[in-house]
Design a protein around this ligand. Structure first.
Ligand code: ATR
Length: 279
């Protein structure tokens, strides 16, 4: 009998990660004899850890902060999405022992929106932030068919870099000054917060939705708390809202399938189980 598949999430620090709980739920639910653990790996040890995956019995690993960008220079090949995003959150080992870097964050973002009822039809998205998570969101929005993305970030240069790098002939990303952002919302179909503002322990996101069209959806990639101030304000203004937990749950699906051979379902039971730890 083959030995049970072993996977892990690597980060530094790693104590905060919900991934073991999430993958552990699915392993138990589907009765799969595998394991998924959290491993604290210092940045200078990442390369050796990844190179030793096969010898140490790992079928693959997920990566979280601060390893996602560094891994691009370590793996043997990158899938096209990881290449565009410039970050890796999933590493698998093939039969020859070669490391493939993938990125499932944009998939997770898209699936969260689609399963919550958002229907992409081109149009305009308004995005706050320009950090690592924002790169995956911009790639997702571009692939969903948005033709116009307005990007606002506290540090304007970060937004300008992303706009230049990720604009395509079909999807123009333009930048908007952070202090003027709330006044450039007309015509937007979707508003996304990718900053860390509003997260438990971080400053609040002080942003008025008064000029956002009522039909626009509002989503936040922050999932702790589940209902951020931004989403609360959006609900009060009758926008449809989508919280950030679904992105975390959906980005894990391709990883679970790669590790354990089954595409798992994102259910309300799973949401409740994982959300129980995010208060
Ligand atoms: P991640 O990789 O998870 O996206 P990050 O790279 O640290 O995290 O990015 C955090 C985002 O939140 C950035 O867009 C950051 O803006 P800057 O590029 O100006 O740093 C934004 N952010 C963090 N704290 C902020 C604050 N107090 N006010 C406004 N934006 C803030």
């Amino acid at each position: 009998m083959p030995s049970p598949s072993k996977a892990a999430v690597l980060g530094y620090p790693i104590g905060h990660s919900l991934s073991p709980r999430l993958h552990g739920f699915w392993l138990h639910y589907y009765g799969i004899a595998g394991s998924y653990e959290a491993r604290e790996v210092e940045p200078q040890a990442l390369s050796a850890f990844l190179r030793g995956l096969q010898d140490n019995g790992f079928i693959g690993v997920n990566l979280t902060v601060p390893h996602k960008v560094a891994a691009c220079g370590i793996v043997d090949s990158l899938d096209p999405t990881a290449q565009r995003i410039g970050a890796v959150n999933l590493v698998t080992v093939d039969e020859q022992g070669k490391l493939l870097g993938r990125n499932t964050d944009s998939y997770g973002f898209t699936q969260n929106l689609l399963t919550a009822g958002f229907k992409p039809k081109g149009g305009t998205a308004f995005v706050l932030g320009a950090g690592g998570a924002c790169r995956a969101v911009l790639v997702a929005l571009s692939d969903m068919g948005f033709t116009d993305i307005r990007l606002a970030n506290r540090t304007a240069e970060h937004a300008e870099e992303l706009a230049q790098e990720l604009s395509t002939p079909h999807c123009k990303i333009s930048t908007v000054a952070w202090i003027k952002a709330a006044h450039v919302l007309s015509g937007a179909d979707l508003l996304v917060n990718t900053t860390s503002l509003g997260m438990t322990g971080k400053p609040p996101l002080d942003f008025s939705l008064a000029e956002l069209p009522t039909e626009a959806f509002v989503t936040d990639i922050v999932y702790s708390p589940l209902e951020t101030d931004l989403l609360r304000q959006a609900k009060q203004r009758c926008h449809q809202t989508i919280d950030g937990l679904g992105m975390l749950l959906h980005q894990a699906r391709p990883a679970f399938e790669a590790f354990f051979g089954r595409d798992p379902q994102v259910t309300q039971e799973l949401r409740n189980f994982v959300a129980g730890t995010t208060k």
